[in-house]
Ligand binder design. Structure first.
Ligand code: AHM
Ligand code: MG
Length: 335
């Protein structure tokens, strides 16, 4: 029987090589504990009465599902006591959340989307948790401004996918590593070392119902793909859209492809659909670490200097050659 390496063993070995600090190791353990708890709640669904709407709206005016609220509470409560964090920020909270003064504080900032893909909760389709780790740039109480660091400065990033299996995927800037939850044992097992996005792809993901709102470069790119072997690409492409960024990005990391939530007329006033700090940045770090690329169509996501905690950005990520092609169409004035 092949030797099974648990997340704990993986992290201890990473700490020994110096790639992961003791505090970061503990932070990963704490996040893993939280996502196990969220995954267990998600998997019970209607049996726990956790489906449906919570009857509230979040700071961004979006209707909250019960599981959005529950997952947010689990992340906050699970992560505050570890002693490695100075503050947290969440999609579901208007502003940052300090670690209570009764608890020890650490040097890291944690940002998360506690339950990504909320529209899929009630239909039993894969959803996830996305997180990003930054350094607290000052010794005292961090402010919201301290969170506004470009994605290239992330210390770590990752996500959990609650699908047929629960998977945890993370990076500390030295490759992307995937773990699968052994539910009976309760351990994440190292199943996907050094995940790499295949360079060649024939698969794309975009919400095609927004087609009439897209900008010309996106219209051109998708039209070329849809012409298949009769068009300029000379090859047939397949389309997938799960409407859970975690699930769509997980597929891209696993078998390649391109994922796009571009700027369009519908979301232009907000700057995009997806949030920079706890959706685009962590996914961009993972994708780049897996050999892919991530841009807004015009510039590298990880180089954006954030202006707001809940800032939105266009997102185009995945197999490098495809992302570069879409980006070149955006930069080509004739497109
Ligand atoms: P959420 O964090 O509120 O769930 O919103 C983000 C989700 C992404 O997971 C997904 O890619 C996108 O929104 C789906 O958008 P659409 O409803 O336009 O398909
Ligand atoms: Mg989300």
């Amino acid at each position: 029987m092949p030797q099974r390496v648990s997340l704990t063993q993986f992290l201890v070995e990473e700490q020994r090589t110096g790639r992961v600090s003791a505090d970061l190791r503990l932070l990963f353990e704490v996040v893993a504990h939280a996502v196990r708890a969220i995954g267990a709640t998600v998997s019970k669904g209607a049996l726990l009465g956790v489906l449906g709407e919570a009857g509230t709206e979040n700071v961004q005016g979006e209707v909250q599902k019960k599981l959005d609220v529950i997952a947010n509470e689990i992340m906050l409560q699970s992560c505050e006591w570890g002693g490695t964090l100075a503050a947290m920020a969440s999609e579901e909270l208007e502003t940052i959340c300090h670690i209570p003064s009764t608890l020890p504080r650490g040097d890291y900032l944690l940002l998360f989307d506690p339950l990504d893909g909320s529209s899929n909760i009630d239909v039993n389709v894969t959803i996830g948790t996305i997180f990003s780790v930054l350094r607290n740039p000052q010794a005292k109480n961090p402010t919201e401004a301290d969170f506004l660091q470009p994605g290239r400065d992330q210390v770590a990033a990752g996500y959990a996918a609650y699908g047929p299996s629960t998977q945890l995927v993370l990076t500390v800037g030295e490759g992307v590593h995937g773990f699968t939850l052994d539910r009976e044992v309760g351990d994440f097992i190292y199943t996907d070392p050094f995940m790499a996005i295949p360079a060649e792809t024939r698969e794309y993901a975009i919400n095609a119902s927004n087609a009439r709102h897209w900008e010309a470069p996106v219209q051109r790119y998708i039209a070329e793909l849809q012409q298949g072997r009769d068009g300029p690409r000379g090859s047939d492409f397949n389309m997938r859209w799960i409407a859970s960024m975690v699930a769509d990005v997980h597929r891209v990391l696993t078998r390649g492809g391109i994922f796009m939530y571009p700027l369009d007329e519908k979301c232009r006033a907000k700057g995009g659909k997806l949030r920079l700090m706890y959706e685009a940045n962590p996914m961009a770090m993972l994708v780049e670490q897996a050999g892919g690329a991530a841009t807004t169509g015009r510039s590298r996501i990880l180089d954006i200097i954030p202006e707001h905690l809940h800032q939105r950005v266009p997102v185009i990520l995945g197999s490098r050659a495809e992302v570069e092609r879409v980006t070149s169409y955006h930069l080509d004035p004739s497109s």
